[in-house]
Design a protein around this ligand. Structure first.
Ligand code: PGA
Length: 251
């Protein structure tokens, strides 16, 4: 997979179906067909099928916020990657810090989720990022490096080539405190260099690395101008059509 420009909107646990459809309608009229290809919308599970139909005439992609580590079976409440694919998803988030934190998701589980998603033909957006404490004690590169390597090492090169990385410092998510362009670029460059050193030039050069954490209509342009930032994973600011559109056009 070649390096891409992407702005993904992670709606988290927000909106009703009616509100979700209204937002999609607004985005389809605001975002020109020439840039729709860059956009991934990541709504709650129950809206995926309907929104997939609503989006049928556009190039906007659909993604899910999580998937099961199992292919199918007696796993009440879980949603399989195959089911996501069947309702029109092409992307899935794995390892978002809210899943790691609130649901205690660890690397072994994230490896299985990643493999299931890739087997079903989904593109995985693998999220990593350090806590405030880790940033303050200067261990952010060590922490993010370990998060990446523990999953990348368990995959083969074909699987690695299907991954997109999202760097989301936990201290910047939903806090209004964004990483500065220097802080974000420095981590993105570290990630690309880590991949280059361990898995070779081609995977590193083709890797798409998104920034996430209080990215908004005001700061997106500066962040996206950094050479190793290929786009954004947007939470709060993806819930308003005007703001999200501005972010898409900042790329
Ligand atoms: P935020 O969330 O933009 O609201 O900080 C980003 C994310 O968690 O993906």
């Amino acid at each position: 997979m070649l390096r891409r420009k992407i702005v993904a909107g992670n709606w988290k646990m927000n909106k009703t179906l009616t509100e979700a459809r209204e937002l999609v309608k607004s985005l389809q009229s605001l975002i020109g067909s020439d840039v729709q290809e860059r956009v991934v919308l990541i709504p709650p599970f129950p809206f995926l099928g309907v929104l997939s139909s609503d989006l049928s005439g556009s190039s906007i992609h659909l993604g899910a916020q999580d998937c099961s580590a199992h292919a199918q079976g007696a796993y009440t409440g879980e949603v399989s990657a195959g089911a996501l694919k069947s309702v029109g998803c092409s992307y899935v988030l794995v390892g978002h810090s809210e899943r790691r934190g609130y649901h205690h998701e660890q690397e072994t589980l994230l490896i299985e989720k990643t493999k299931q998603a890739l087997l079903s033909g989904l593109t995985v957006i693998l999220c990593v990022g350090e806590s405030l404490e880790e940033r303050l004690n200067g261990s952010q590169e060590q922490v993010v490096g370990k998060q990446i390597m523990s999953i990348w090492n368990a995959l083969n090169d074909t699987e690695r080539a299907q991954l997109i990385m999202a760097y989301e410092p936990v201290w910047a998510i939903g806090t209004g405190e964004t990483a500065s362009p220097e802080q974000a670029q420095s981590m993105h460059a570290f990630i690309r260099a880590l991949i280059k050193d361990n898995y070779g030039d081609a995977l590193a050069d083709n890797l798409t690395i998104l920034y996430g954490g209080s990215c908004n209509a005001q700061n997106a342009k500066e962040l996206f101008a950094c050479p190793d930032i290929d786009g954004g994973l947007i939470g709060g600011a993806s819930l308003k059509a005007d703001d999200f559109t501005k972010i898409v056009y900042s790329l």
